[in-house]
Design a protein. Sequence first.
Length: 270
Amino acid sequence: MHYYRYSNAEVSCWYKYLLFSYNIVFWLAGVAFLAVGLWAWSEKGVLSDLTKVTGLHGLDPVVLVLVVGIVMFTLGFAGCVGALRENICLLKFFCGTIVFIFLLELAVAVMAFLFQDWVRDRVKEFFENNIKSYRDDIDLQNLIDSLQRINHCCGAQGPEDWDFNIYFDCKSESKSREKCGVPFSCCIPDPAQKVVNTQCGYDIRKKSKSQWDDQIFVKGCIHALEAWLPRNIYIVAGVFIAISLLQIFGIFLARTLISDIEAVKASNAF
């Protein structure tokens, strides 16, 4: 076995502080996400009663914000400290996690392309579950309203999907005023109205379907998203490529710095 001396081995300050700058952005972004998420939970009283998280059957958007914040904060912290302290363990943790996330993104993209029917069924099931919890969480309610309003859609497959919600269900024994209606975000906006009419969807599904077209969106949100994707495929691809390049750049910086540190340690061993 041959051993080689690294006569001029040194840690590159350029890579070291470039990696630190790269990670400080993610660390600060993680702090911001965590602050927003915790503030939202405090406003909803979740911090004083954590059982409210498990009590919601749909998606709490705040949970997603907190998960993203925790991941970004952890990776940013590991990258910053690992670069400044030249800690190989932290740098390998940072690099390995980024590689894992990158491969996971590729796997999800490939699976979504190869198994489109399965993905469509899961999205439909996910949307229907969140319709059931529409009135249970204000953040989920705002998310669904925004999705329907922006995409000019109503329900997963159509307005009838609002029967999954006890307040809008036509067949339930509920005395809700919203029974057999749809949320206001399903209504076709009137340009003449400056104030949003939150009662525009009341009793609409008691009318014949031929009358729906003039008052509410009849296209389901799944169909709307399927139509949106081909029209914006270059934007989606551009965002995916930009994120991938950022991740590859971070992996390159971390691996280069790890190699420099190992080279210095090997040269000091002789």
